[in-house]
Design a protein around this ligand. Sequence first.
Ligand code: SF4
Length: 156
Amino acid sequence: MSLLQDLLHKARVKSPRIFHINSGSCNGCDIELITCLSPRYDVEQLGIHLEASPRHADILCITGPVTRNTLEAVMNAYAQVCEPKAVVAIGSCGATCNVFAGSPSVVGPLNKYIPVDVYVPGCPPHPDAIIDGIFQAAQILADRGVREEAKGQPQK
Ligand code: SF4
């Protein structure tokens, strides 16, 4: 691994940049995610930064079951995150649609449309579980980056 690759790997593991999108959640999971930014949890001190644009993020954090109205926004946000990227589904809705399953306005679960790297179960999950899920995704992202960069290396 070159010095630059080593630095990139460390930065991806230790300072994940996240973008949050609500795909039709009841807001319960969103409140828990925002709680992670509050002084009590203060995830910025752990290196996690919430970005205002998916173009500036490495990890997409998605709450909710995916509704007809939000599907396009989810797909657009996913497309805008640069490779390598990772996806975290926060809350049980992203995995199973949870209490919204069967609704005519719900088209999830999330993995019908995009690959999900980490599921954080719970309705809603505790902030500690969300932070843990983001760091799991950061490790997956960093390892993915190493593999993709190795593929781009000229063969000796
Ligand atoms: S998992 Fe529970 S708290 Fe989270 S969006 Fe779904 S219903 Fe709301």
